[in-house]
Design a protein around this ligand. Structure first.
Ligand code: GCU
Length: 417
């Protein structure tokens, strides 16, 4: 009897929890029928059949909708940005390259430091192409190299956990530096927390504070993903001045929330030569209208700070969205674009990620490039590249692993070497 009462009590405690877990769907038969916004018809109802019309009319229309309805409007670069090289260690990463630490200050007073970790391949003959992407938990978590500095007082603001919870090499499986360096690419990374700590504090912290001060927020004010994306452009501003890196050959990439970020950065900033989205899911590569895996309603309630507040009106009203994520991908055309998924990562909707790329690749045809021809997703472990778009689905979980990097590099080799 006692046992039964305890079980009933436990159950009643659990019920509200599972009720909170609404807002996702793992059942393909429950995907609603939907029609996607047309890439090739302007807001005035005119057809778009040329790259010129795409660039002059349709692309700006779509970009504006993503700014005002999804991510929020980002400011221009701040005045007084400057950088300081702090440390150079030759023969790092098992001898594969040089480790550089550079602090990029976003303001003249140096109150907003961004700690860049830069890995440059050994014996590079001149400036090299690079992969640029943020890390989740601090530069020191990307490698076991003891030369990587742990900034004073570093604390993961998202988790509130101290560095001891995210020790050196905590995330190293995502960062195969040696392999990437051996292929002739540099890697540039910094922690998302340097830009905007990942929790909802009413936008009083991070670069929102620096750039907006006390300006009241509106429906189109930039959220955290926009802030992170903006910082990738600031990192690229710095790379223009770095003699080791060829800033005209920078691939911007990111995993998961940072994959959403890489896409938004690549869509806005045409200086990124190539864009990679790894398991970016809802608000990234996946089509919102499929409502599969994480939905718009769910992401807005779990992460109210990620998008602009206008985006919240589409929670559970995906059909009313004036855009869908295939249009985000299309903004990257004609630059090379690679999307990937993982087979067990249903939360990110692998099917919706592929379909989105499939639709977006049609814009590449305006530029004379081949497009993806098969609406069926490729098989697990069978990457497909057509023209300037590529995709794979890796066996396994939500992550970014060596297999993924191997595909990114063989894709990048076609365009950046
Ligand atoms: C959560 C979130 C996703 C996000 C992921 C991540 O799972 O719901 O949208 O992509 O975190 O960034 O790891």
């Amino acid at each position: 009897m006692k046992k039964m009462i305890v079980s009933i009590l436990l159950l009643s405690l659990l019920l509200p929890l599972s009720a909170q877990k609404s807002g996702f769907n793992y059942d393909e038969s429950k995907v609603p029928s939907y029609s996607l916004p047309d890439l090739f018809v302007t807001e005035k109802g005119k057809p778009v059949r040329t790259a010129r019309r795409w660039e002059r009319i349709r692309r700006p229309e779509i970009l504006h909708l993503f700014e005002t309805q999804v991510y929020g409007i980002s400011p221009a670069a701040p005045a007084g940005m400057h950088a300081r090289v702090e440390k150079v260690v030759e023969d790092a990463f098992g001898g594969a390259g040089t480790l550089k630490e550079v602090t990029l200050f976003l303001d003249p007073a140096e109150t907003y430091p961004v700690h860049l970790l830069i890995a440059v391949p050994k014996n590079a003959a001149g400036p090299v192409p690079a992969f640029l992407g943020m890390n989740f938990w601090g530069n020191h978590t990307t490698t076991d190299d003891p030369n990587v500095t742990i900034p004073d007082g570093w604390k993961g603001a998202y988790s509130g956990k101290a560095v001891t919870d995210h020790p050196r090499a905590f995330n190293a499986e995502r960062w195969p530096f040696q392999y990437i360096l051996d292929q002739g690419y540099a890697v540039v990374t910094y922690c998302r927390e340097d830009i905007d700590p990942d929790f909802d504090d009413g936008f009083r912290n991070g670069v929102h504070r620096l750039m907006d001060g006390d300006t009241p927020r509106t429906g189109t004010s930039w959220g955290t993903i926009a802030a992170w994306a903006w910082s990738l452009s600031r990192a690229l501003d710095y790379l223009n001045a770095d003699p080791d890196i060829d800033a005209s050959r920078v691939a911007v990439f990111g995993h998961s929330r940072l994959g959403k970020t890489a896409l938004w950065a690549g869509a806005q900033d045409p200086r990124f030569a190539l864009v990679i989205s790894n398991c970016s899911g809802c608000g990234g590569a996946a089509l919102s209208r499929r409502c599969f895996g994480e939905t718009v309603g769910r992401i807005n309630s779990s992460f109210p700070h990620w998008f602009c507040s206008n985006f919240h009106q589409y929670s559970d009203h995906e059909a009313d969205l004036p855009v869908d994520q295939h249009e985000l991908l299309a903004l990257i055309a004609p630059r090379p674009l690679y999307v990937d998924s993982a087979s067990e990562d249903l939360w990110a909707d692998p099917r919706g990620e592929y379909l989105s790329l499939y639709e977006a690749s049609k814009v590449y045809a305006l530029y004379g490039y081949d497009t993806l021809t098969d609406p069926e997703s490729p098989e697990i472990g069978h990457p497909v590249v057509r023209g300037r778009t590529g995709y794979h689905i890796r066996q396994g979980k939500h992550n970014i692993l060596l297999y993924d990097w191997q595909q990114f590099i063989s894709f990048a080799d076609r365009f950046l070497k």
